[in-house]
Design a protein around this ligand. Structure first.
Ligand code: NAD
Ligand code: GLY
Length: 393
């Protein structure tokens, strides 16, 4: 874990993380109050382009006035398109309507789409930008912790299909990402916790010091501790996460290797999400949290992780009031059905499911895993059986 300065309160001194992709490189600006001075941040990125904002009703109600005031101060031309909040908006129907509405305004190739919202809006607006006029510029202004630490960075965009989540989309990198952690003050705790699961993920992939730091600061990051350092810890967590993701994306933009590690916990998590029906019963980050515990449990059973590591992560989730086992979603889940979902996973190759396994900070991709072991892990999580062992000190 490399040291990063706490983001200063003065937005003019916002931290900047680079995503190095040659002529498609861009900066992630992180600073409290960026939205209050958005015109200053936008100016060097957009030139004279008009901005076409895509947002949803909740975020519009909370932040559109502030953003519009900044656009007015900067004399920046803008149009707004608002969809319903929630995963349901990553649909063909919403995508088609959005494209047609934007085309009706006479958008041109020099105009820029701006996503103002969480991961749903980022994915939908990004795919809209990738598709309109064969691809136009795109800016991300993420407003959930999940989108600030993960989905706004790296250029994965898309919508859901009847056959599964995120199956239609494109890699389309943004021109810039503007993160104002102040917007997290209006985010419900459950959404904050779901985003926090993705922060833990970076520690589990290749940074055990980050995970140890999160064990100490997680409660402060989520506002559950009597701490006057919440903002400082939140900003550090966002910085560490964006830096980790930027490094991986720069190395493997199109996911031919290392980037697949960012899906740690997702093979299990996506199966849980699919079974729950994307209706809010289980949030993406909640599935990832439970999935990471399952991945560590499987790793221990395959001697790829020291005993006690799954319990250590589960204990951390529990200490923050987060789910750690499938039992907490519904007792009626079936290991066999979840395994069927996993066999449809995007990472499957020649019918073999891909699992990201290994001890804390040492994740690697594995194929050809014994499915009886996977079923046993799923079964024990559905039963909510306690994880055992403790890591040697
Ligand atoms: P989301 O966009 O649905 O937002 C979650 C909820 O928070 C919504 O109800 C929204 O209205 C509300 N909200 C947003 N900002 C708010 C704010 N500041 N204050 C109050 N409420 C606010 O969900 P999400 O968790 O941000 O994103 C999940 C989506 O991201 C999924 O579709 C997932 O597939 C996708 N995703 C994409 C990538 C990627 O690399 N592209 C990575 C991870 C996840
Ligand atoms: N969230 C996984 C990725 O961006 O690759």
């Amino acid at each position: 874990m490399t040291a990063i300065n706490t983001t200063p309160a003065n937005p003019a001194q916002a931290d900047c993380v680079s995503v190095d992709l040659g002529d498609r490189s861009y900066s992630i600006h992180i600073g409290n109050g960026i939205l209050d001075e958005l015109e200053v941040y936008l100016a060097p990125v957009i030139g004279k382009a008009r901005l076409f904002f895509v947002t949803e009703t909740t975020v519009e109600g909370l932040y559109a006035d502030k953003v519009k005031a900044a656009l007015k101060r900067g004399s920046i031309g803008n149009h707004w398109f608002t969809v319903a909040p929630g995963e349901g908006s990553k649909s063909f129907a919403t995508f088609e309507k959005l494209l047609n509405n934007i085309l009706d305004t006479g958008i041109e190739r020099t105009d820029i789409i701006v996503a103002l919202g969480g991961g749903v809006i980022g994915d939908l607006a990004g795919f809209t930008a990738a598709s309109l006029l064969r691809g136009i510029g795109f800016i991300q202004i993420p407003t959930t912790l999940l989108s600030q630490v993960d989905s706004s960075v790296g250029g994965k965009t898309g919508i859901n299909a009847a056959a599964g989540k995120n199956l239609i989309g494109a890699f389309h990198q943004p021109k810039a990402v503007f993160i104002d952690p102040n917007v997290l003050s209006t985010l419900p705790l459950r959404e904050l916790q779901a985003g926090y699961a993705e922060v833990i993920k970076y520690g589990l992939i290749d940074d055990d010091n980050l995970f140890s730091w999160l064990e100490k600061t997680g409660a402060s990051i989520l506002g559950l501790a009597n701490s006057n350092q919440q903002q400082e810890h939140q900003n550090q967590a966002i910085n560490f996460s964006c830096s980790a993701k930027a490094r991986v994306v720069a190395e493997d933009e199109l996911e031919s290797g290392k980037r697949a590690l960012l899906n740690l916990g997702h093979t299990f998590g996506h199966a849980l999400e699919a079974e729950c029906g994307y209706d809010g019963t289980l949030l993406h980050g909640e599935g990832v949290g439970i999935g990471m515990v399952m991945a560590l449990d499987l790793s221990e059973r395959m001697d790829l992780a020291k005993p006690g590591q799954a319990k250590r992560v589960a204990d951390h989730l529990k200490s923050l009031g987060m789910m750690w086992s499938a039992r907490e979603i519904a007792a009626s889940l079936s290991a066999e059905t979840l395994l069927k979902h996993m066999q449809k996973d995007k990472k499957a190759k020649a019918g073999k499911i891909g699992f990201i396994l290994g001890g804390i900070g040492k994740a690697a991709m594995h194929y050809g895993v014994d499915l009886d072991l996977v079923t046993a892990v799923l079964h024990d999580s559905i039963e909510g059986l306690p994880l055992t062992g403790s890591e040697p000190q």
